[in-house]
Design a protein around this ligand. Structure first.
Ligand code: AMP
Length: 214
């Protein structure tokens, strides 16, 4: 099961990706998490990526593509994976397709979690992320049972710099310009499935499970 998650920032695709990964026992590979881990560990890559991320811009392809595609060759990916946040541009999607074709594989689904822009800014201002393990919560839709402390690792929950309202607006316009064209790209390949992401996260997940098990 090889799945690409699509959707605007804040549409809930990360949450759904984690739920799919847990139910179907495949790794959840988030390019944003890979960058955040590098930032936390103070690597050169992290320093470079942070400059773009803090402005709501995409990290350039030369810092992104090989990093993510290499990750797909790890042993834990042999039965599939959920890609979350990658690809984010048509060139990234084409590079991924070419890399898969070389090893005789292809994606099974591109799942679009559809949420209108109006809902996104409100949603993202309520998002909280753990400084320790990166787990994400929402103060209304998916609160931590421990308040502003992470349920998973006990570290502090914060509003990420890139979830602040001014950065969210920028990320949304970058999404429309550079990432939304992927919807047509995967529709043309016949693997696009869309779900209404405005509903409760468990209902969204039920719709996704129905698609994957059809
Ligand atoms: P995310 O957690 O997926 O929303 O990603 C957070 C930020 O990391 C994005 O706003 C980008 O700056 C950067 N990023 C993540 N994935 C990619 C990608 N595939 N290409 C370029 N930049 C990315």
């Amino acid at each position: 099961m090889k799945i690409v998650m699509l959707g605007a920032p804040g549409a809930g695709k990360g949450t759904q990706a984690k739920m799919i990964a847990a139910k179907y026992q495949v790794p959840h590979i988030s390019s944003g998490d890979i960058f955040r881990a590098n930032i936390k560990n103070g690597t050169e890559l992290g320093k470079k990526a942070k400059e773009y991320m803090d402005q709501g811009l995409l990290v350039p392809d030369d810092l992104t593509v090989d990093l993510v595609i290499d990750r797909l060759s790890w042993e834990d990916c042999k039965n599939g994976y959920i890609l979350d946040g990658f690809p984010r541009t048509i060139p990234q999607a084409k590079t991924l397709d070419a890399a898969l074709e070389k090893i005789g594989e292809r994606l099974d689904f591109a799942l679009d979690v559809d949420v209108p822009d109006e809902n996104i800014v409100t949603r993202m201002s309520g998002r909280r992320a753990c400084v320790g393990c990166g787990a994400t919560y929402h103060i209304v839709y998916n609160p931590s049972k421990k308040g502003d402390i992470c349920e998973v690792c006990g570290d502090q929950l914060i509003l990420r710099d890139d979830d602040k309202p001014e950065t969210v607006q920028k990320r949304l316009s970058v999404y429309h310009e550079q990432t939304q064209p992927l919807i047509d790209y995967y529709a043309d390949q016949g693997i696009l499935k869309s779900v209404d992401g405005t509903r409760d996260m468990n209902d969204v997940f039920a719709a996704i499970a129905a698609i994957l098990e059809a």
